[in-house]
Write a protein that binds this ligand. Structure first.
Ligand code: GLN
Length: 474
């Protein structure tokens, strides 16, 4: 019998729709694989297929194709720990809106995936539950912070997965593992029930085997949620992409992108993909984004500032772990001391400092002004070009431990993803080849709510690139 888990989510959904595939059988095939996973990609796997998964009388749009979900999405009665020991064993009484929405659309919960603690990181090494390994090379990181989701999809133990992206955490792990990751327009997906990192940046999105699956999943995720005041209705229905040409499309390349600071193999793949885009009819034009060079500096003030506020709620009183002590302040202190990892503590300290009286204007206020400038840069650039393209990350997946002692080296990893997040814009990462036998990602960003245009261009390029997403095929 053929291995059901080799089908893309769309292929599986279609086969269930025609009656050629049984949704419960598909769920069981993935459940077996996820249970046997040895990459430490999962923090929890379902014990059984849901009753009549997706085989109801009216076929649901996602037809019963199971979904893996990053640990930080609250799921009622299922451990939701955001990769942190401080939430060890926490069972939320409710489910995140987007997970509910997808279950209603026919994608039942298969598993929860490992992640960097509170989504802080680019390698998954900051998880309180141990690092996740990259299926292309087990001595390397799978990217982060949605590295459990990327490893799960890339290794074929989940058909697709949800991640979250605050400064690159969907796109970068997708790039590191040879899959597709879409970071949607800020606000187009509800954040209700996502354990917060930096609320003005956090956004959920799909990690999938191909662009079609990303469009299919994202199309069921959008919508205004009365429980998230920053959510709003997407003006477009999300279409499944189909065209294989890029005629008339102008792709912008930042004028500062010269190859400096980018691994040669990654830059070579980028230039090849630009040529390919031209052969499909696209025009390439240089664009000026003068303030994006301050993106990392602004992000690493704003994100820790918001995190320090969001994480104040973990004090041993309400959720998860408590370390008992003789008095209240000692109980708070010991709980936070034992429960949080080093990177989380670093950011709480940075953020608290940046928000403190007397420093607020110099740090947080200034970073917010830089953020506005960056958003204006993109607005101006999109008057000249349709989409902006860069490598997703400056290098391929690195060896476990290689950057752990140097947080700044890790932060530089976000060079190409963070400015887009600060501007609230959508972007996708698609695999565009290998460097040193490891996957490379190509990032396509667009104006707010341009997901259909981004997915369309990504699809045309995907067909032309013909990347084989099977890890270890080389
Ligand atoms: N690497 C970035 C950080 O550590 C982005 C993380 C994210 O997008 N969640 O903050």
């Amino acid at each position: 019998m053929t291995d059901l888990t080799t089908l893309t989510a769309k292929q599986a959904a279609d086969a269930i729709g025609t009656g050629d595939l049984d949704a419960t059988e598909l769920f069981e095939a993935y459940r077996a694989k996820a249970t046997a996973d040895d990459l430490n990609a999962y923090t929890w796997v379902a014990e059984a297929a849901p009753a009549r998964a997706g085989n109801g009388s009216a076929p649901a749009p996602l037809a019963g194709v199971p979904l893996a979900v990053k640990d930080l999405f609250c799921t009622a009665g299922v451990p939701s720990q955001a990769g942190s020991r401080i939430l060890e064993g926490y069972l939320p009484p409710y489910t995140a809106t987007v997970v509910d929405q997808l279950a209603a659309a026919g994608a039942p919960l298969l598993a929860k995936t490992n992640q960097d603690e509170f989504a802080m990181g680019s390698s998954n090494e900051n998880s309180g539950y141990g690092p996740t390994l990259n299926p292309w090379d087990r001595t390397r990181i799978p990217g982060g912070s949605s590295g459990g989701s990327s490893a799960a999809v890339a290794s074929g133990s989940a058909p697709w997965a949800l991640g979250t992206d605050t400064g690159g955490s969907i796109r970068q792990p997708a790039a590191m593992t040879g899959i597709v990751g879409l970071k949607p327009t800020y606000g187009s997906v509800s954040r209700y029930g996502m354990i917060a990192f930096a609320s003005s940046l956090d956004q959920a999105g799909p990690l999938t085997r191909d662009v079609t699956d990303a469009a299919l999943l994202y199309g069921q995720m959008t919508g205004r949620d009365p429980r998230d005041s920053t959510s709003l209705q997407h003006p477009d229905a999300i279409a499944l992409p189909s065209g294989d040409r890029l005629d008339g499309i102008v792709l912008g390349v930042p004028d500062t992108l010269t190859g400096e600071g980018v691994e040669p193999g990654v830059f070579a793949r980028f230039e090849e993909t630009l040529k390919l885009a031209e052969s499909l009819g696209a025009t390439i034009r240089r664009v000026s984004l003068p303030h994006t060079e301050y993106g990392i500096s602004a992000y690493y003030v704003i994100a820790p500032a918001e995190a320090s506020s969001n994480l104040a709620r973990f004090d041993g009183v309400r959720y998860g772990r408590r370390v008992e002590a003789d008095d209240l302040v000692s109980m708070y202190t010991r709980t936070r001391h034992d429960g949080f990892g080093d990177e989380v503590k670093r950011r709480i300290m940075l953020g608290t400092y940046a928000l403190s009286s007397g420093y607020y204007d110099a740090f947080y206020g200034k970073a917010q002004r830089v953020r506005t400038k960056i958003a204006e840069d993109y607005k101006n650039a999109f008057a000249d070009v349709d989409l902006i393209v860069t490598p997703t990350a400056p290098n391929v997946a690195w060896e476990l431990g290689a950057k752990s002692a140097d947080p700044l080296a890790m932060y530089l990893e976000d060079l190409f993803t963070v400015p887009i997040s600060l501007a609230g814009l959508p972007a996708i990462s698609i695999p565009n080849g290998l460097s040193d036998n490891l996957p490379v990602g190509f990032q396509i960003a667009g104006p707010a709510f341009s997901e259909n245009a981004i997915l369309g261009a990504a699809y045309a390029l995907e067909q032309a690139i013909g990347f084989d997403a099977t890890p270890g095929r080389v």
